[in-house]
Write a protein that binds this ligand. Structure first.
Ligand SMILES: [Zn+2]
Length: 222
């Protein structure tokens, strides 16, 4: 899932318009940043299954980045870090804690909906969770697109962005949704997991930077 996390980040970002929405979207994708770094470092694993052409999703061994208890820990750590950074600025630290913590937690909730039962509670030997909506891929992708565009619409309703910046954000969400849908329907199997991890990190960085640039407002003091 990618576009759905972007939409959730935008929706949650509406709670504090003085916080740059690019940061909130980055928080909503934080667990995947941790995942891909740990995959590149050989600590966690993503597997391209032999029947990828039929399945259209990878399998994961990711107890540190996505385990339920540790994901809550990542949310708390990110919220605490953001509050420290925001100290003394125009953004209220309490709001920063709520927005960043919720954004990170939203990632775990959305992943629990789509992943097959592979998300451990705490550690590799603990029970694994996941509703497995990816097994009904058209349903999963329709739900993800609804979250992406619903989150975008909710964010735009609460913002005073110029027409140009609004169009830019619609374009970003349309592109990430198209890429997500293509990646899980028609795109060929990825060549190797390192490529998936590298392109995942680049996609997250570029998307958060674009949302941050387009979502800047004068009321944010810039
Ligand atoms: Zn994830």
């Amino acid at each position: 899932m990618f576009a759905g996390h972007v939409g959730a980040g935008l929706a949650i970002g509406r709670m504090e318009p003085r916080l740059n929405p690019g940061l909130v979207v980055l928080a909503a994708l934080l667990l995947d940043v941790v995942l891909w770094i740990l995959v590149l470092g050989g600590v966690e694993r993503a597997t391209i299954p032999a029947n990828y052409a039929a399945r259209r999703y990878l399998l994961f061994d990711f107890p540190i980045s996505h385990g339920v208890v540790l994901a809550a820990g990542w949310a708390l750590a990110a919220a605490g870090t953001a509050a420290l950074v925001a100290r003394g600025g125009s953004v209220r630290p309490g709001r920063v804690v709520a927005v960043v913590g919720l954004a990170v937690a939203s990632h775990e909730l959305l992943d629990l909906l789509v992943h097959v039962p592979e998300i451990p509670l705490l550690g590799r030997s603990s029970p694994a969770l996941g509703l497995g909506l990816w097994r009904a891929m058209p349903v999963a992708l329709a739900a993800e697109a609804a979250v992406a565009f619903g989150g975008l619409a909710w964010y735009l309703r609460g913002s005073d962005l110029s027409r140009g910046r609004r169009i830019g954000l619609v374009a970003v969400v349309a592109v990430v949704t198209a890429l997500t849908v293509a990646g899980q329907t028609v795109a060929p199997a990825p060549p190797d997991v390192g490529t998936v991890a590298g392109s995942g990190l680049v996609s997250i960085g570029v998307t958060a930077a674009l949302v941050g640039w387009l979502g800047r407002t004068r009321s944010a003091g810039r």
